[in-house]
Design a binder for this molecule. Structure first.
Ligand SMILES: Cc1ncc(COP(=O)(O)O)c(C=O)c1O
Length: 430
């Protein structure tokens, strides 16, 4: 005979089993983390530009990749490394010779001493370095501060580690921040401040005074800085790139990230690196070993040659980009854009309000469809609630390309002076 109690227990077990089955059935196959990651606007736009380019000539001042080829010495070194059978996994933390070359570069250019054995890790691009640094240091629910506008990846980077983002505004004309606003962003849950100097998209180079103000607060709140210095060699008009790790008392709480993508025009090689105190490096290497194992071996061998280039190489690079900036800026001014002349990077971030569109997405579409000039719309660098009115122009392009863009911008000037509102042409049909 089954007792009432046993019957009740059996019913409860069945109910729990059924409800469990319900949960399983309802469960999404997609993680909450992935669901929070918004698709890359810049890369979506780049795909559209590629599609349009198949039908018409588009001048691409959009995605931040150099039109220039990689230097011949670097291509030769990569080919030689492949021929010399350097084709298997490297030391996962990076070829020791490359780590030594990176340490020498940090000493020479950034004025910071790092031990290549214990403090430097080679990664698959600065992108991996940032993800590995965050995975090594941030727990779910920790807070992370970024300056807004910010490099588009920083939002998904934060989502991957389930961090809560706090934004501090960089304001025009010179993209400075309010120290009080920055101070208010810190609290006891703040774990990391993710900084980028020279800054994409604005071209701002953070001054030593600004870095000291940030450093003071990071020390006060025991906060780490991840400092993305990927554009460190592109600084102009006497502006100096200062590494956060070079600010007194900051080396021990800074993870410096950089890479070869921009300086050597090899965005497709996926070579980056980071430097951090030994304890953080140990954790970061544990993550890196399982994220990507190692960066490509023959390209690392070539990178040693790149990092051993004399100072002249970097001076010529900055001179080249300054000249391109000085070619593009007057054309943008003539077409009515308002902007702060960039002191660094290879971008101009220009106010496009004068075009009269409700959103910069529409201004972006007009530029692409009416003029055949690809840019990046400002909203890509802001959280969704913000409504900027900016376009980013990349000038890592040949002078002829910029000249052609200038010709097309004259059409915009004519349209604007006609007094008629600008209209986005319809999507071309195939
Ligand atoms: C600020 C910033 N950091 C990192 C990256 C990505 O660098 P990498 O190609 O080394 O991953 C970019 C690329 O545009 C960037 O603008």
């Amino acid at each position: 005979m089954v007792s009432l109690k046993q019957l009740r227990e059996a019913v409860a077990r069945l109910a729990s089993c059924l409800s469990l089955k319900g949960d399983h059935a309802r469960r999404s196959n997609i993680s909450n983390r992935a669901a929070k990651i918004r698709p890359s606007n810049i890369r979506d736009a780049a795909r559209l530009v590629t599609e349009m380019s198949a039908k018409t000539r588009v001048i691409n001042l959009g995605q931040g990749l150099p039109q220039y080829p990689a230097p011949q010495f670097l291509k030769d070194a990569a080919k030689a490394a492949i021929d010399a059978n350097i084709n298997q996994y490297s030391n996962t933390w990076g070829d020791p010779l490359l780590r030594q070359a990176i340490a020498r570069k940090f000493q020479r250019y950034n004025g910071v001493t790092y031990n290549p054995e214990t403090e430097i890790t080679v990664t698959c691009g600065a992108s991996e370095a940032i993800n590995a640094a965050l995975l090594a240091t941030v727990n779910p629910g920790d807070e992370m501060i970024v300056f807004e506008p910010f490099y588009e990846n920083y939002h998904p980077n934060a989502m991957i580690v389930d961090a809560t983002l706090r934004y501090v505004q960089l304001r025009e004309p010179d993209w400075t921040f309010d120290e009080k606003e920055l101070e208010a962003a810190f609290n006891k849950r703040t774990k990391v401040l993710l900084l980028n100097t020279p800054h994409n998209p604005t071209g701002k180079v953070f001054s030593r005074r600004e870095l000291e103000a940030i450093a003071r607060l990071c020390r006060k709140w025991n906060v780490l800085v991840i400092c993305d210095e990927i554009y460190e060699y592109m600084v102009y008009d006497g502006a100096r790139h200062v590494s956060m790790a070079a600010i007194p008392g900051m080396k021990e709480r800074t993870i410096t990230v950089s890479g070869l993508s921009k300086t050597f025009s090899v965005t497709g090689w996926r070579l980056g690196y980071c430097a951090a105190p030994p304890e953080i490096t140990r954790a970061l290497r544990r993550v890196h070993d399982y994220l990507t194992l190692a960066a490509p071996s023959p390209l690392q061998a070539a990178a040693v040659v790149a990092l051993n280039q004399p100072d002249d190489f970097y001076k010529e690079l900055a001179d080249k980009y300054r000249a391109l900036r000085d070619q593009l800026c007057p054309m943008l001014e003539a077409a009515g854009f308002k902007f702060q002349k960039p002191q660094g990077t290879y971008y101009v971030f220009a106010d496009c309000s004068h075009m009269g569109f409700a959103t910069d997405r529409q201004a972006w579409e007009y530029m692409l469809r009416a003029l055949g000039v690809a840019t990046v719309a400002g909203y890509c660098f802001y959280r969704p609630e913000q409504s900027p009115r900016h376009l980013r122009f990349c000038y890592a392009k040949y002078p002829e390309t910029i000249a052609e863009a200038g010709e097309r911008l004259k059409v915009l000037t004519e349209q604007l002076s006609s007094g008629k509102p600008l209209v986005v042409p319809p999507e071309p049909t195939t």
